[in-house]
Design a protein around this ligand. Structure first.
Ligand code: PHE
Length: 375
């Protein structure tokens, strides 16, 4: 028979409490609990022997054993709380974040040179008092051609290598705009049509002074042409506008854009159905030494088309050509970005190669601002 003398029980109590209080972690505490109070545990085993005791002994040993069990149960709960809070303290210490450390480097995107150039151009024109208008990429024949004085079946329509959509049941097929000039029409025409979205140009009264940045599309692909490219259109309509205003605006723009007063420009007669007279603007450059330099040399580089808005276009837009006239221009943004940033091949601009973008791209913090420098 096990020793159930008061002395033995005192010893049991002391041993059990030491066992519990010296456990190092939750697993050891659980092992101690099982060893003492589990089904086969030391204390449980003694409680199981109670039936074999005399009534006298049971009266003293019973309460004593129950007292030990309650004491040990309480000690286990206390130890568990102490271990839990120690574990939490340890975790908090280990996972402490030092906010004074520099942040780990992150992969970041960059602004495409075309978009940077576009923002620069818009910033320059905004400084001259132009506002920005936009229009849809999917156009109809009326806005892209007819209103712009392209006669029906005129070869100029084919000249643009237009992407047409499949013809629908009504009207002429939709197309991808071949230039940003349809936004001239959308800006001048005062119709009751609600614009499909708030950013789409809607008719306004002259004076009009807008620039139109956007994507344009032509079925064309080689070293200097891509099927999608970017243009900025300009339109000025007022009562006494002449070619002099056009020349000053474009020459000032080019000098600001290339950040040099040395730029020379010439205007060559040209033809566009929507302007009369029409011209192409060339800027002086130097191609010797395999490198293109703007503002020096005796070569010429074509950069944009322009002219005085054709009276038929004004009429088509409900503006009286005897009262108002104005000028328009359209320039290729991608090509001007290449010139400014020394990018050799147009196709690379649209290859989505992240290494190319990391090299030629701009930080989003380099927002063009004419006051603090353009780029
Ligand atoms: N829309 C013409 C083009 O894409 C450019 C242009 C615009 C010419 C405005 C004259 C006036 O080629």
């Amino acid at each position: 028979m096990t020793d159930l003398s008061p002395k033995a029980l005192d010893q049991l109590e002391a041993e059990a409490l030491t066992m519990v209080s010296t456990t190092a972690d939750a697993a050891a505490l659980e092992a101690a609990r099982v060893a003492l109070l589990g089904k086969q545990g030391r204390i449980s085993a003694l409680l199981g022997q109670m039936g074999g005791l005399s009534i006298e002994d049971r009266k003293t040993v019973g309460p004593r054993l129950n007292g030990i069990r309650d004491l040990v149960t309480g000690a286990i709960a206390d130890r568990k709380a102490a271990l839990d809070s120690a574990a939490l303290d340890a975790r908090l210490a280990a996972e402490k974040v030092d906010l004074t450390l520099p942040a780990p480097p992150r992969r970041k995107g960059s602004v495409h040179p075309t978009m940077q150039a576009m923002d620069e151009m818009v910033a320059i024109f905004a400084e001259m008092g132009f506002s920005v208008a936009e229009g849809p990429d999917i156009e109809d024949d009326f806005h892209n051609f007819t209103a712009l004085n392209f006669p029906p079946r005129h070869p100029a329509r084919e000249m643009h290598d237009t992407f047409f959509f499949k013809p629908g049941p009504y009207g002429t097929p939709k197309l991808l705009r071949t230039h940003t000039s349809p936004v001239q029409v959308r800006t001048m025409r005062r119709t009751n049509d609600k614009p499909a979205a708030s950013w789409i140009a809607c008719g306004r009264e002259p004076p009009i002074r807008i620039v139109v940045p956007g994507r344009t599309y032509r079925m064309d692909s080689d070293a200097t042409h891509t099927p999608m490219f970017h243009q900025i259109e300009g339109l000025v309509i007022d009562k006494a506008i002449h070619m002099g205003h056009l020349k000053w605006t474009l020459e000032t723009f080019v000098a600001r854009y290339f950040e040099t007063d040395e730029v020379t420009a010439r205007f060559r007669p040209h033809h566009f159905p929507f302007t009369e007279p029409s011209a192409e603007m060339d800027i002086g450059c130097d191609r010797s030494g395999g490198e293109l330099k703007i503002g020096q040399g005796s070569d010429w580089l074509e950069i944009l088309g322009c002219g005085m808005v054709h009276p038929n276009v004004l009429k088509n837009c409900g503006i009286d050509p005897d009262v108002y006239q104005g000028f328009a221009f359209g320039l290729g943004v991608d090509r001007l970005a290449m010139l400014k940033y020394g990018i050799p091949d147009l196709r690379d601009m649209f290859a989505s190669d992240v290494r190319w973008l990391a090299h030629y791209g701009f930080s989003a913090f380099q927002a063009p601002n004419p006051a603090s420098g353009l780029s």
